[in-house]
Structure formats: C-alpha cells, structure tokens
Design a binder for this molecule. Structure first.
Ligand code: CO
Length: 449
C-alpha cells in the first residue's frame, strides 16, 4: 500500500528505484507475520517454570522439534533428526542427491532468554524454503536446500558450546559425552534419553562434497543497525576472541603503610582495567573485565594479590593481537610504576572467521534488493554456529536489527517489518547463490552430441 502511495506521490511515474523497492515483497510481509507467530509458539517450550530456557537434548527441545518439523514438512521438506540431535529439513534441487546449500541457526537458548536469538534464523529459513517450493524454484536450483536447526549453540546445558554445529562440521569430540549438566546427567545419558545413540554422534559430520555453503540469518545482538536506521546488514567476520586470567602480585600490608612503600595489587588492577577500556575503545575492538578477586580481602589490608579475567574481541586476528600487545605494554608500565608483578594465562582463544566473499556478496545483493539501499558488513562480536561450520564450509550471515541491541534477555525484540525485509533478502540471497553457481559451472559438452 505504501509502495503505491510513494509511486503516486510523484504523479509522473518517476519513482526512483530505491523508493519502489523500499517495501519488502508481499509474500515476505505475509511470511513475517507467520514467523513472528511461530517465534511466539516456540517460546512456550521452556525448561524453566517461567521465562524461556531450552536446552540441548531436553524434553522441551523435543517438543520444539516436533512443532518445527511440522512446519518443515508443510514447506515441502523431508525431515530427520541427525545423530547429534540437530533437526534437519531437506528439499531436493533440480536432481536428487545434489550437495546442499544449508540455511541454519539454533533452537536452544540461554537461561531466561528472548524468543529470537537463533530461533528467528530457523523459522525464517523454513519460510524461505517454503516460498521457493511454492514458486517452483526449488526444483530448478543447482543445489538441494537444507534447513538445519542446531540443538546446541549456547552451551547452556553442558558448558561446551556450538555442539550441534561442530558435529555437523566434523569437529565432534567424544570426550564431550562425559560432561554433566547441573542435575548431574551426563551428555551420554542425555543422548539416550533423547532417543539417540551416543556412540554415533560423530556420524552427523557432513562430507565437504555434501554441501556448497552455509547461510545464517540472525538478530544483530548489538545496536549498530538501529543507530544507522537500517533493518539489515551482512556480517563481514565473526570476531576473534581471546580470554586470559591476569594475576597481579603485590604485598599485603596495613592501611597505615605510606604510599611510597605500598605494592598495592588492587590499585594496580584498577589502573590496568582503565587501560584495557581506553586501549580497546581507541582500537574499535571490544574488551571486558568481568571477574575480579582480591586477597586477602580485609577492609584495612592492602591487597597483596589480584586476579581478573580479560576477554578481547576484534574483527581480525591481527587487530586482536595488536590490541593485546598494547594492553600488555600498558600493564608492564603500570606494574613497574606500582612495583607489582603481573602475569597472564591464556584460557580460551578462537580466531576470527571471515565470511566467504562470494556468499557475502549474495547476502548483500539480497539486502540491496530487499531494502533498496546499499549493503554494508558488520563485525559480529557474539559467536555463532557459523564459526564451527566454517571449519568445513564457506559461510555468510545476514543480520536483522533488534530493539536496543538487547539479546540473551526476555526483552529481546524485533520489528515484523524488519523480519519481512530479512526473509525477502535471505530468499534473494539463495537465488543469487544459484545464479552465481550456474554461471560458474563449466559447460560440459558431450562429444556424442
Ligand atoms: Co544465536
């Protein structure tokens, strides 16, 4: 309706391309209404008495799968649960058995979660496949389409994260089966309870020849799209992350100690935390000190020992490493001036995952056509299933604006209009991948012809 109005407002039919394309496709607006309703329906499956918590291999996850599998079948897909407990729907391309373009995200959640992180990507992917099937397009594609709803991304049940996507990408570790949840249930038992064989989880791994790539639609979980007044963006990379525990050794003494004799581990930590903040701000990276302890912990005792966590994320490995170098230089200077010893221990590191240039171009083509505005890429500071999948396949992601950048909270919210743009863009991205593949395929000329 608004489209007609904006065209008419020109009177002479000279509406610009961007004005004509500002509205998402009509089918996408209808699909968005269905998607919003389905996200609400899935939110009812919770392992918590109030609020949303859906855990890997839980009975509530099983119920969520049943509902989602019904939607997948209605969209024209064959559905199965893979040996790692991921829900998979598939529709064949122009011939059976072609490698798949995988559209995925996760159905598990953190405790007291919102209803869109992961879920929106799964439900939107089903809508895109449904639309391609209805249009008769799916049977002309040079790939099969698979929607994968990962059973674990957040790691909320067993601590280890990205379990579903690591299994798909061939990175499953059998030692994870011995992890236990808060109730003491081992993952091995959880697989049995879910009706799966824990000794066959590794069989969920895809062979590289079975898939052409992986696309994921996800809420931004940050405020940049809102600040730029945009519904969508691509993701340029998923951030490199490293976590350290930093220890400062000083000397515990009475508060009466004059300043020039103090070796205060806590004031040194305070200064170091300030340095982390300013160095990371300056570099455009993200850093956080979220945990700190001081010993001996007396109100009138100068702290002799302080331990704090440090998490730094950056768009590239080299940016992260440069920021760390700058932080360690600052720490050394502070430690020298305050006459304390500082040391650090690496506890986790993950390199940045750069989205595939071709698949990202397809996502951006979709964004430009759906929104009628130039596309741009954002660094994803949260981790995603794509990080694990990227060990096997080229990946790209589509971000959809969320309110206030809030996520992992019941206050998570998206606008239905943005979901319509998102599903429109995602649908166009799939067709764009098909077009590029068709162009890229060498023409095989049979000598008998
Ligand atoms: Co997520």
């Amino acid at each position: 309706m608004e489209e007609t109005m904006s065209m008419r407002s020109h009177g002479d039919g000279t509406a610009t391309l961007s004005e004509r394309e500002r509205r998402p496709a009509a089918w996408a607006q209808d699909a968005a209404a269905v998607i919003m309703r389905r996200c609400d329906e899935l939110a009812a499956f919770s392992d918590m008495p109030s609020g949303i918590e859906r855990l890997y291999l839980s009975p509530e996850m099983s119920r969520a799968y049943e509902l989602t599998a019904g939607w997948m079948r209605e969209a024209g897909m064959d559905v199965h649960v893979d040996p790692a407990g991921n829900l998979v729907g598939r529709v064949e391309g122009r011939e059976p058995g072609l490698p798949a373009l995988i559209l995925g995200s996760h159905l598990d959640s953190v405790p007291d979660a919102g209803r869109y992180d992961g879920i929106l990507g799964v439900v939107s992917s089903v809508a895109v496949v449904r639309s391609l099937v209805r249009e008769g397009m799916s049977g002309r594609l040079p790939f099969a389409l698979e929607v994968v709803a990962f059973g674990d991304e957040e790691g909320a049940r067993f601590g280890a994260t990205l379990l579903g996507s690591y299994a798909l990408a061939g990175g499953w570790k059998d030692e994870w089966l011995d992890l236990r949840d808060a109730a003491g249930t081992s993952m091995r038992q959880a697989f049995l309870d879910f009706g799966l064989d824990p000794d066959r989880v590794g069989e969920a791994a895809l062979d590289r020849s079975q898939a052409v790539g992986y696309l994921e639609l996800h809420i931004e979980q940050g405020p940049i799209l809102e600040q730029r007044d945009r519904a969508l963006s691509s993701v340029s990379s998923i951030a490199a992350a490293s976590r350290y525990m930093v220890t400062i050794e000083g000397e515990s003494r009475h508060i009466a100690t004059p300043y020039d004799l103090r070796r205060d581990a806590l004031t040194a930590a305070a200064e170091m935390i300030q340095a982390v903040d300013s160095i990371s701000r300056e570099a455009g990276t993200r850093a956080n000190v979220g945990e700190i302890s001081a010993e001996p912990g007396g109100v009138n005792v100068i702290a002799g020992r302080t331990v704090f966590s440090l998490d730094v994320r950056a768009g590239t490995d080299s940016d992260r490493d440069e920021v760390f170098d700058a932080i360690w230089r600052a720490f050394d200077g502070i430690a020298e001036r305050r006459r304390v010893m500082v040391s650090h221990r690496l506890i986790h590191t993950a390199d940045a995952v750069v989205c595939d240039a071709d698949l990202r171009a397809c996502i951006e083509e979709g964004v430009e056509q759906a929104e009628g505005k130039p596309a741009f890429g954002l660094v994803s500071f949260p981790g995603h299933d794509g990080m694990a999948v990227a060990e096997l396949l080229p990946i790209a992601m589509l971000y959809v604006r969320c309110r206030g950048g809030i996520s992992h909270s019941p206050d998570e919210a998206v606008r239905e209009a943005d979901v319509a743009y998102g599903v429109d863009a995602f649908h166009r991205a799939v067709l764009s991948v098909a077009k590029r593949m068709t162009v890229a395929e060498p023409r095989v000329v049979s000598s008998t012809e």
